[in-house]
Design a protein. Structure first.
Length: 333
């Protein structure tokens, strides 16, 4: 980029120091040091001026916003894997390229998924809370704080992409048998290595699993994929874990099932209307029925630096006249 004016890159949120430092060396980077989420009018002002926008999952980059983008905006380099908050088709129609940060958060998100798969049936948070406060404990009892065994149970993975497969690898080591539903069957070698069973019918898989893990992206096709009807197919002894996106599950229907004992429990890292978490879910968490986390799936310093590196590589490649490695195209209808 020598001799050329540096592109104006607007970051909507604070990124790790190492990434911001490098961005300031390479670009005319406009940081958000206070890390206050940008309002929609602030986003409009940003897209009117910027050459590149670096949004996160907390920004809504819809068609109305893209419509107002200035002529300089050529690239939306998302800091994150999921692009459900970005209208890719509207961006493409306006000649704006969209990129994301796949791969680098796969293992961290799979770890957090596995943590919820363990924590929910084994009542980890509930147990940890016993010793909070005054730290008083009546002592061990043979019939107290009993959870459910993990080993030997059936895990059904909804969405066997990168993260789903990484969850399966971990779960197999914990003695879970692996089942999955996916748009396409995975390669025979992957199925063999995981001893995984493919279910073409999501309904049939849901009815037979002890634990369900949601690992598919949020798209119009997966909105409320786990609807009230489908959730009702699950066994009352089953658990549901979601580290993907909140809107894949009908949250109200899930709450009702948990309240009425039609489902044993849930581990949720994501919610339908983040950052809002429904008070009923908070209540269920207090009762030990759910484990709720504030969207921490990829929250490791290593992961966030790797994501930032990917954003930088995508921006550099784009301005050097190459196809950015992580370009996202609109979904086929
Ligand atoms: C990120 C995520 O923290 O990348 C994703 O899709 O869900 C998260 O783990 C977030 O998207 C950052 O923008």
């Amino acid at each position: 980029m020598t001799g050329r004016k540096k592109p104006l890159v607007v970051l909507t949120r604070k990124l790790p120091d190492a990434i911001e430092t490098r961005m300031r060396e390479l670009f005319d980077a406009r940081l958000n040091v206070e890390d206050r989420p940008m309002t929609q009018p602030e986003l409009v002002a940003a897209v009117k001026e910027a050459d590149v926008l670096v949004p996160t999952v907390t920004d809504r980059i819809d068609a109305a916003l893209i419509e107002q983008a200035g002529p300089n905006l050529k690239l939306i380099a998302n800091f994150g894997n999921g692009v459900d908050k970005i209208d890719i088709a509207a961006a493409m129609a306006k000649g704006i390229v969209v990129t994301n940060t796949p791969n680098v958060l796969t293992e961290d998100t799979a770890d957090m998924t596995m943590a919820l798969i363990l924590a929910t049936p084994r009542r980890l948070v509930e147990g940890a809370n016993v010793l909070k406060g005054d730290g008083k404990w009546a002592g061990w009892s043979p019939t107290w704080m009993l959870g459910n065994r993990i080993w030997g149970k059936r895990l059904g993975i909804v969405g066997m992409g990168r993260i789903g497969t990484a969850v399966a690898r971990r779960a197999k080591a914990f003695g879970l048998s692996i089942h999955y539903h996916n748009r396409r069957r995975v390669a025979p070698a992957t199925e063999d290595a995981l001893e995984a069973t493919y279910w073409e019918s999501l309904d049939q898989m849901l009815a037979r699993m002890d634990i369900i893990s949601v690992n598919c992206p949020s798209t119009p096709a997966t909105f409320h994929l786990l609807s009230a009807r489908r959730l009702a197919l699950m066994q009352p002894s089953a658990y549901l874990v979601n580290t993907a996106r909140g809107d894949i599950i009908d949250e109200d229907a899930l709450i009702k099932m948990l309240e009425t004992g039609k489902l044993a429990g849930a581990g949720l890292d994501v919610f339908e209307h983040e950052p809002a978490v429904k008070p009923k879910l908070v209540k269920l968490a207090a009762k030990g029925k759910v484990v709720i986390l504030p969207h921490m799936g990829s929250a490791t310093i290593e992961g966030r630096i790797d994501m930032g590196e990917k954003v930088i590589i995508n921006i550099r490649a784009f301005f050097d006249g190459h196809r950015p490695p992580d370009r996202v195209l609109p979904l086929k209808a």
